[in-house]
Write a protein of this length. Structure first.
Length: 97
């Protein structure tokens, strides 16, 4: 049994570079999953760019709209807040929640 064992040093294995992914060219057709992944990536990128543009516009539009409503009624946010606090104090005096 011991005569079957090889006690010599192991021969080094030549290192091979990792197999490169085949480049996608016009000649090679994408698989269904690859095409879907590519479309999804492009859609997400487009949505992200659109969000960076639309969210500030929406916030500024809301700000402008609130200010326009206050100007239309001839009041300010601080005046409205003071009146709400005054109404709350009167309700607290009456014992209403």
């Amino acid at each position: 049994m011991t005569s079957d064992t090889h006690e010599d040093a192991l021969a080094p294995v030549p290192s091979q570079p990792p197999a490169a992914k085949p480049r996608v060219t016009a000649k090679t057709k994408l698989t269904g999953r690859e095409a879907r992944r590519k479309r999804r990536k492009a859609r997400r990128r487009g949505e992200e760019i659109l969000a960076w543009i639309l969210v500030p516009l929406i916030v500024l539009g809301l700000w402008w709209g609130v200010n326009a409503v206050f100007d239309f009624f001839g009041t300010t946010p601080s005046t409205v807040w003071d009146q709400l606090m005054m109404a709350k104090k009167q309700l607290d005096k009456r014992g209403l929640p």
